[in-house]
Design a protein around this ligand. Structure first.
Ligand code: GLY
Ligand code: MN
Ligand code: MN
Length: 488
């Protein structure tokens, strides 16, 4: 080491290749260290082994290998590159937690930041190689000088060897990545970082579509992951509902949201999407993620929650609870109608059914119920006709979607493969009708203003029909009241 090495230069004596840029500016917490030859010399030696084994979900490498085979068969002769992405910065030098691109997770079996999985065409099949940045290890200046990647800052980092062993794929330094001009590019390609060499190339819509359509049919391992995510979410509902009295006293929606988020982070990787906690007038707001309100003890409380596992698989479950433990008369009426719609939707899920069937079934029940309450300005038939749709004023969102590694899974699929398709065993989806009467909606009577109800379950299409994975949470008002009472 010589004194003229500064923190923004690369140590030329280091044995390990590296690809991450050094920080442009030295970290302000170590400016004097940067200039200290004694410190630099001492930092070169005396480091023993660390546990650098990556956290890889059991069964994920084998599942990923099967997924690569399926993708390979769809793209004979084409080289494919799927990038994992990198954690976006949150404030100047602080990054968000990394969440890998879903297609990458499906194909690689683990979240490897800044990595690119390449399936190189080899005749009619492909050779898989994971290109990743070599971490900063003892002997590298970045080991102690890079606050984003240095092991002394962020903890031991798996490298090429550890990932090769854990995932069962060949690994190479991303510095060696040299994609052919006609490679199809997928995943999340960050504009900076080691994969940025091809950031300017267009992503292949065809690759994204094929991956989405392949991901639509879940295998046994994927279904087990989904089941575990739903089970963990059901537990989280109980933990969160138990906090209602505390949240009413102080903390409100944030306390409830934080309770579920802590649970999700403890038993899984975190939440699959921002937890929605809406009390009273917030319940009808579809994406009420702000959680800024109090919990009104007399109002309904809508909870839309999902635990995401390390594999990326997430649940997506909604229940609407009376904060007091008992539904009021108007609240119960709305809940009953949503329940009837939900049951009609669940009954319309099965192999060979049109994807649109459960949507039609849910909407028909809602429209009839709204008509019974005198809320439709036209007949039910006219409302249900393509040119009508007046009932949708009270439900502007869809009533379900594919579910998997993305909460809204397979969204890059073609219309024919998604909305226009028939259901097949192995598909996973949500059914989630609701009624949303906004507090400022003058078309509804005062007792309905600020009432929002959604019921959302996670299902798998089976050979015989369907299985509701979230069945442990009741969907009827009496059952919900009993479930709440049983928590105490
Ligand atoms: N939580 C998002 C959704 O229900 O689709
Ligand atoms: Mn959903
Ligand atoms: Mn949801």
């Amino acid at each position: 080491m010589t004194a003229n090495h500064s923190l923004d230069t690369v140590n030329p004596t280091a044995a390990t290749p590296r690809s991450m840029p050094q920080p442009a500016e030295p970290d302000p917490r170590m400016p004097r260290l940067a200039a200290s030859p004694g410190f630099r010399e001492f930092m070169q030696r005396g480091w023993g082994d660390a546990d650098r084994a990556p956290l890889v979900p059991a069964g994920a490498p084998e599942a990923a290998a099967r997924h690569r085979e399926r993708l390979s068969a769809a793209f004979a002769g084409r080289t494919l590159a799927v990038a994992a992405g990198r954690a976006p910065m949150r404030v100047n030098d602080n990054a968000h937690e990394f969440r890998a691109d879903s297609d990458f997770l499906w194909l690689a079996g683990a979240a490897v930041e800044d990595a690119v999985l390449v399936l190189e065409a080899a005749g009619s099949r492909h050779d898989a190689t994971l290109y990743l940045p070599a971490p900063f290890r003892p002997g590298d200046e970045g080991f102690f000088a890079d606050p984003l990647r240095g092991e002394l800052w962020v903890g031991p980092m798996p490298g090429l060897q550890e990932y090769a062993e854990a995932l069962g794929v060949r690994t190479r330094s991303i510095d060696d990545l040299d994609l052919p001009a006609d490679a199809l590019i997928g995943g999340t390609v960050p504009l900076d970082g080691p994969a940025s060499s091809f950031a300017g190339r267009p992503r292949s819509g065809e690759l994204a579509r094929v991956l989405a359509e392949l991901r639509m049919i879940k295998d046994e391992w994927e279904l087990a992951e989904l089941r575990a995510a739903v089970d963990a979410t059901v537990e989280g509902f109980a933990e969160t509902a138990l906090e209602i009295p505390r949240a009413v006293r102080a903390g409100g929606e944030r306390w409830m949201q934080g309770t579920f988020d802590r649970h999700a982070r403890t038993v899984g990787a975190g939440v699959g999407y921002t937890s929605i906690v809406g009390s009273g007038a917030h319940a009808p707001i579809l994406h009420w993620v702000r959680a800024e309100g109090d919990i009104d003890p007399e109002a309904l409380l809508l909870l839309d929650l999902g635990v995401e596992r390390r594999s990326g698989f997430t649940a997506d479950v909604t229940r609407t609870l009376p904060a007091s433990g008992s539904f009021g008369a108007a609240q119960r009426e709305v809940h009953d109608l949503v329940e009837a719609s939900h049951r009609a939707g669940l009954a319309a899920v099965g192999p060979g059914r049109d994807w649109a069937d459960f949507h039609t079934a849910c909407m028909e029940v809602l429209a009839r119920g709204l008509d019974d309450w005198g809320l439709l300005p036209v007949s039910v038939d006219e409302a249900l006709s393509p040119g009508g749709q007046q009932h949708r004023r009270y439900i502007v969102c869809g009533v379900g979607h594919h579910l998997g590694i993305d909460v809204h899974d397979c969204s890059a699929s073609s219309h024919a493969a998604y909305q226009g398709a028939t259901m097949r065993p192995g598909m996973a989806l949500t059914v989630e009708p609701g009624l949303y009467f906004h507090a400022f909606d003058e078309t509804v009577p005062p007792e309905l203003r600020g009432v929002g109800v959604r019921l959302e379950d996670d299902l798998v299409v089976t050979a015989e029909g369907s299985e509701v994975l979230s069945v442990a949470l009741p969907i009827d008002a009496d059952g919900i009241e009993r479930w709440m009472a049983g928590l105490r």
